[in-house]
Design a binder for this molecule. Structure first.
Ligand code: GLN
Length: 189
């Protein structure tokens, strides 16, 4: 099983490190050819509009969408979840549209650029996770087939729909690898 981490921009190195620590093989993904080599994909945080420019320039949109529709597991964190989402409520930007949620970019306000908060993990009833939110998007609608994996008070902050997973925070910025472990288990299950 080869994990790809989209490596154009943003917080990709820490995702790679976490996957390697968990004993997984990792490829930094740049091109459509790379997308065809991997078995699962992580789309990191960064800036969704910048990621989109790379997607357009390198013609990655259709092939990535098709691989996900055909069952390739994918985890999007922060800007990564914005790319996966069905629609961005407050900005007219393209998405892969594979995860049936609606999202608001910078949904926690521009003035609060960044915060840390304990988030609850109702699915696993495990101890809370330290969520690091950086200019984070806010999930404002969750479709019927989408399960909420973690919440910040009333807001969903981690969701999954089959093998399509997304978080609005940055699990790779902590030493807590529970999210990556859960995703790997789902991806390889
Ligand atoms: N607000 C950023 C965006 O719209 C996401 C921030 C992040 O990934 N840390 O892409």
């Amino acid at each position: 099983m080869l994990y790809g981490v989209l490596s154009h921009q943003g917080a990709y190195i820490l995702h790679e490190n976490m996957l390697r620590k968990l004993g997984r093989d990792v490829l930094g993904v740049f091109t459509a050819e790379d997308i065809n080599k991997i078995d699962a994909l992580i789309i990191p945080g960064g800036e969704s509009t910048t990621l989109l420019k790379f997607f357009e320039r390198l013609d990655l949109m259709n092939i990535t969408r098709q691989r996900i529709i055909d069952g390739m597991p994918v985890l999007g964190t922060c800007a990564g979840i914005i790319l996966l989402t069905r629609d961005v409520a407050n900005n007219n930007q393209d998405t892969l549209g594979v995860l049936d949620i609606s999202i608001e970019r910078m949904g926690y306000g521009r003035q609060v650029n960044s915060f840390e908060a304990k988030i609850e993990m109702p699915v696993s009833s495990e101890k809370p996770f330290n969520g690091i939110f950086i200019r984070a998007p806010r999930i404002i609608r969750v479709g019927e087939d989408v399960e909420i994996i973690a919440k910040l008070i009333d807001d969903p902050v981690a969701v999954r729909s089959g093998k399509i997973w997304g978080t609005t925070f940055h699990p790779e910025l902590t030493n807590d690898n529970r999210f990556h472990k859960m995703f790997i288990k789902a991806a390889e299950g």
